[in-house]
Write a protein that binds this ligand. Sequence first.
Ligand code: NAD
Ligand code: AHE
Ligand code: ZN
Length: 694
Amino acid sequence: MPELEILSTTAVTGKGGVVHRVKHASTATKTDMIFAIFLPGSIYDKDNKTPLPTIYWLSGLTCTDANFCQKAGGNAFAKAEEEGICMVMPDTSPRGDSIPSDDAYDLGTGAGFYINATNAPWDKNYRMEEYITTELPALVEAEWGVGVHGLRSLSGHSMGGHGAITLALKATPGTWCSVSAFAPICHPSKPSPWGEKAFNAYLGSVEAGRDHDATELIQKPGKAGIYDDILIDEGTNDEFVAKGQLLLEDFEAAASTAGQKLTIRRQNGFDHSYHFIAAFIADHVAFHSKKLRKAQGVLAAKDLKVTAETLSAASTAGKPIQCKAMVARAPKQPLTVETITVNPPQAGEVRVKVMANALCHTDIYTLDGHDPEGLFPCILGHEAGCIVESVGEGVTSVKVGDKVIPCYTPQCAEAQCVFCMSPKTNLCPKIRGTQGAGFMPDGTSRFVDKDGKPIYHFMGCSTMSEYTVLAEISCAKVADEAPLEKVCLFGCGVATGLGAVWNTCKVEPDSSVAVFGLGAVGLSVIQGAKMAGASRIFAVDINPKKFDSAIALGATDCVNSKDYDKPIQKVIAGELTPWGVDYSFDCTGNVQVMRAALECAHRGWGTSCVIGVAASGHEISTRPFQLVTGRVWKGTAFGGWKSRKDVPHLVDRYLAGTLPIDFYITHQFSGVDKTNDAITALHSGDCLRAVVHY
Ligand code: NAD
Ligand code: AHE
Ligand code: ZN
């Protein structure tokens, strides 16, 4: 691996996102090259080289990597941070005193045209096609582990737009996921003046340039349709349109003939500058993110197939499995990493390999000894994504290799179950007794520690173990292409918040809503309320660091109860609104806050929903007058979702892109033994969900 020199590291997003400027000796251009790489702070972990998708941005004539970072980086990196995507910004040519160049701005330095020159004196160093398509991705993947498995896309501006489209069309299908461009040079071999100069110099003829020309390439057999769509923006005030440099209409016509879908947006009043790029770069990042996620899903399904085959080949079925787990030995004690035995599933049970587990506040609440049902030693965890390793007798709804999300609110769906048969509730009691007692439905545990002693189960899930056993009725089977390290969030917090709004309270459009506590649960209440069309959303927390996320999800007002010297309910109902809000939600577990939430609900009809879980012995109270005057107090468990029926639909909406949740994942860790670090993160106050990959 060539020596990399980090020239500088700049913080560029409020979530720890950074840009490194990197210098290295290039084998392709036979000189030192500089590029920049953006790594999203909220999701990239250098130690584990988180395999994030990556966009390669190709700049235009005269530019270096720095132009894009300084002039369009703000919007680009903010969106890339949000989407969990890396960006790589290479230089536009080899540079240096020993490198041939030309006085003109459109040949030589800063004008490498993303081709491999074949003509002297350029042929030795001007090998930008090799550099961008081969050397740089290999280097980036080796050093940072990003853009692997073909999870990379191309975008660029002007000469870089030409580069992005032509390199994408010339590549073997599957090399790049998607391509987009700003004011691309589309028909340089027509020729356009830039094309004529570059191709004559670098390749010896314009004719030779046809192989590096988007309009020519798209007409070649097998090129149209490699990409289901290509996004292109061009400014209506771009001087190079009139100068016949870009010729987008030629590419448009050729693509239409060839049957290639293009999304062309001619942006009113914009010119050829970075203002133009900065204005629309977030759209392009979102465009690529969607394609990259889809590709990730396909990969995940392939992975699944491999894992399923490994699992069934492993034939651990019917045998005890030794694995690592985090055991809660006593309240208020750190979890201990232990090798335990997970016994085979009995009738009606399923043993699963846990792939990812997210921390929920309720795990902490029990670990801190506040749960009246808390039992020790136990294995906590209940917000996870798993793959079925083996099934017990009589299990029909899932099979080895299926992806499942464990559900602490099971669903037996039996005709005689008045709860499962009723549309009013999701609280199936079938196994609630044994589940609350820390056992499987037959009243025994499947976990044994190294001394042969049983360990209690927790919430019917116990996903802080590499393997766990679930009741079949607690398994929600989800789509094979679902990324478990993301959709695990539908196992509890986020699903609960969305469900509290959509199922339990059925918030109507134009309602006013107050949300107390802006953790993942509270923020998903805001997301749900926004999607339900609520017009006023009060986000209440005592930690102002949570307000940015609340606003990003749709909050209209942020309220810090500590800023007031009177009960917050009197502020919301009285000062900020005349009579209170239509709906309020407690997402803190604090009984005083639950009271405040009720008492700020609208006189006559306000409904307040308790989501937070209160410590044992803590009880709610208010004056009956509050209810007499029309307020309704209710609560929700898992957002009212009928788990096995509804959770797969939530996952499908995520895969369709209509229910984004990635932003809740603020921290990631690798290995079950990193769970204590995740707990520390959750206590830090700037963590929504910490996902531990196993
Ligand atoms: P979290 O710890 O991430 O978030 C709690 C938020 O409440 C924090 O932002 C904190 O600053 C804020 N807060 C604390 N005291 C406050 C106060 N006095 N006023 C205003 N804000 C205050 O927790 P989470 O994971 O989002 O879970 C929230 C609650 O929901 C927990 O009690 C959890 O146990 C419960 N929960 C219930 C269900 C259910 O099905 N009912 C499901 C999941 C979680
Ligand atoms: N064990 C506690 C009950 C805790 C509680 O209310 N749990 C919620 C889910 S919290 C998920 O993070 C729940 O769904 N409760 C319904 C149920 O059946 O437990 C106690 O108070 O005993
Ligand atoms: Zn939970």
